[in-house]
Design a protein around this ligand. Sequence first.
Ligand code: NAP
Length: 248
Amino acid sequence: MPKVMIITGASRGIGAATARLAATAGYDIAINYVGNQQAAEGVAAEVRAAGRRAIVHQADVSDEAAVIGLFDATETELGPITALVNNAGILFTQGRFETFDADRLRRVVEVNVLGAMFCAREAVRRMSTTNGGPGGAIVNVSSAASYLGSPNEFVDYAATKGAMDSMTIGLAKELAQDGVRINAVRPGLIRTEIHASSGDPGRVDRLEENVPMGRGGEAEEVASVIMWLLSESASYVTGDFINVSGGR
Ligand code: NAP
């Protein structure tokens, strides 16, 4: 059976690094993005250069119909989906919680929580052996923020990752006998463009001395853990978390 993976938010950062590794592990890949088509096409070209098939599909994960469109297009063009990397996520400017307006709070929940739920639901509907699917594995890209809480930075974002962690635990138990494993990674300070959205592009340089290992992480170091959790080497692992945070 061909291995088919959907990676949400695969145009940049951790998602793009995962696509590169997944191609070398033999996956055909749907590269999802929301606005940056050129970057997504670049990642797809790398996947194809590694000998695998790739599609590029624009979808805002907070839009239910768009998520269903992403899963339908992937099945039509690549075949039954066996892996989901629930990776798309956003955060906003650093600040104190009492200053965050309703639009901001609504948007971070819509993308990070509702979007992850739409994607996990579509994956389960199609992968579950009870529903006639091929089985598979999901990795949710949570954050060290879920256990640190991100005070004075983005408590709202941290709370969305806490929700993702609860979904990981419950869904893993619910699907444990349906051929679908669900786990999460919790990255720490990783060098990607997400920090620019917090108004602090140099955030990793500024904070890395506080990391027990004394440095920020690279997207590839998260991607390799995601790939292990998706692999047969992790066949008895579900409902679990791996912190990829240099000990933070
Ligand atoms: P990034 O470099 O900012 O990339 C974000 C990706 O998500 C892009 O591909 C972007 O697409 C996509 N995206 C954003 N909003 C979307 C939406 N509504 N629908 C679909 N795609 C959307 O971020 P990253 O650092 O790689 O983060 C990836 C995940 O890791 C996130 O869930 C983040 O919370 C988590 N994480 C990151 C860190 C870190 O230090 N970097 C730490 C902990 C957790 P476009 O290119 O089209 O905009």
